[in-house]
Design a protein around this ligand. Structure first.
Ligand SMILES: Cc1cc2nc3c(=O)[nH]c(=O)nc-3n(C[C@H](O)[C@H](O)[C@H](O)COP(=O)(O)OP(=O)(O)OC[C@H]3O[C@@H](n4cnc5c(N)ncnc54)[C@H](O)[C@@H]3O)c2cc1C
Length: 396
């Protein structure tokens, strides 16, 4: 069987479906999404889905801000609730990072983010019982909070289908096809079907590497295992903000049930993994470390207990930032390497890829496409925070 599409998107996760939606929303409706399993069954299903604009890279802060704007109007734009809850987002740093935090707050404000610096006393008001004496200062985003990457991805997929996009699940792409001119001309699926396409977008996370490699496109993307522990704090926490603790290197967010999601922000010893066979539960040593970090930060909890745990994989790049844009092979676009922070960027990723396919340039002056070019690695010009936090890993 032979079929075709103007654009084929490989990967029906959050980013692929955001791209399909944004293309269709701009009138490019001959789009085919090919997903090897079920929609949003990859990294998206494991996302902590934290909404924050706290970055030291202006374009990333602006992309998150576009995400917040879409989440707030999701019912109107996508026709469904995407789980966005405006609980607020706070980040705390020690004295060595206070100046960097202030510089980052100013950078975020310059691209329109609603964020302010706040004191330890303010933090204690937002979260009673938190031990705050080892923090120097905090930043607070009232519009931050939590979302739901799965709901968002499915909402993009649903709206894209309403606009005419075709989606095929259980359809792994096994090979990219090229014409005599070297241009990517389509894909071949595991069923042997050849689908011709004007443009192919790789939005399949760490699995993109194997498809790009035969074309000489070397994607520096690895799967990095990320463990999560769900905790019953043993007491009602009420409406507390999502919190990034850059002293103990942990992040916490509440579930509507009152349970607490714990994630580790210490990436100093990354565990690279096979995204198809990694261990899907937290290790005992991780659970122990989570218990110690939580006990330090929340000493008033009488009897916290672990409810469950799981693990996912980030698709990380050397600078922990995504690759978005054309590959050196004509006809091929990339949207990969989201490095554990692609959830709230997704609405802007969809728009950026669409602008690049249709116009060849970003339509948003605050989001220059050059920032995300693949060539930055070969050029030795990684995309890094203008105001990095000492000892706080690569994540912001
Ligand atoms: C534990 C964890 C916590 C996270 N927390 C946050 C957070 O708090 N905030 C935030 O912003 N981000 C967070 N993220 C990151 C965010 O969730 C991801 O960046 C985003 O969901 C990735 O979407 P994706 O579409 O790129 O990848 P995926 O969801 O992995 O989608 C890729 C899809 O491609 C499919 N595929 C693979 N190969 C093929 C093929 N050959 N043919 C067809 N289909 C194929 C896969 O089956 C998969 O469905 C987190 C991620 C993890 C793992």
């Amino acid at each position: 069987m032979v079929s075709n599409a103007e654009v084929v998107v490989v990967g029906g996760g959050l980013e692929g479906l955001a791209i399909a939606w944004a293309l269709a929303d701009r009138g490019v409706r001959d789009v085919l999404v090919l997903e090897r399993e079920g929609l949003c069954s990859g990294g998206t299903a494991k996302s902590s889905s934290i909404v924050r604009c706290h970055y030291g890279v202006a374009s990333l802060a602006a992309m998150s801000q576009r995400g917040v704007e879409l989440f707030a109007d999701a019912e109107e734009i996508l026709g469904s609730d995407v789980g966005y809850r405006r609980t607020g987002y706070a980040v705390g740093v020690g004295p060595e990072n206070a100046d960097a935090l202030r510089a980052n707050v100013a950078l975020q404000q310059s691209v329109g983010v609603g964020v302010r610096e706040m004191s330890a006393a303010d933090m204690r008001e937002l979260w009673q019982g938190m031990y705050v004496d080892d923090f120097a200062t905090f930043a607070y985003e009232p519009d931050g909070g939590r979302g739901d990457a799965y709901l968002l991805g499915m909402a993009f997929g649903s709206r894209a289908r309403e606009l005419g996009v075709r989606v095929r699940q259980q359809t792994p792409v096994t090979r990219l096809l090229t014409g005599d001119d070297g241009r990517v001309s389509g894909v071949e699926t595991a069923g042997g079907e050849r689908i011709s396409a004007g443009t192919v977008v790789l939005a399949n996370g760490p699995w993109s590497v194997a498809l790009a490699e035969p074309l000489g496109v070397d994607l520096p993307v690895w799967a990095q295992r990320a463990q999560i522990v769900m905790v019953d704090p043993g007491e009602p926490l009420g409406e507390v903000p999502v919190f990034s603790d850059l002293v103990s290197l942990q992040y916490v967010r509440t579930e509507p049930s009152g349970e607490l999601l714990f994630g580790n922000s210490d990436h100093s010893t990354p565990e690279y993994a096979d995204p198809d066979t990694y261990r899907n539960r937290a290790d005992d040593s991780f659970v122990e470390m989570a218990g110690e970090k939580l006990a330090h930060r929340f000493p008033s909890w009488a009897e916290p207990r672990m409810i469950t745990s799981y693990a996912g994989c980030y698709d990380v790049t050397p600078d922990y930032n995504p690759v978005i844009g054309p590959a050196e092979v004509p006809g091929l676009f990339l949207a990969v390497g989201f490095s554990g922070h692609g959830f709230k960027l997704a609405p802007a990723v969809g728009r950026l890829v669409t602008d690049l396919i249709v116009d060849g340039v970003s339509g948003d002056p605050a989001i220059p496409a050059e920032d995300f070019r693949l060539a930055r690695f070969a050029e030795g010009a990684p995309l890094v925070s203008r105001n990095p936090y000492a000892g706080a890993g690569q994540m912001r």
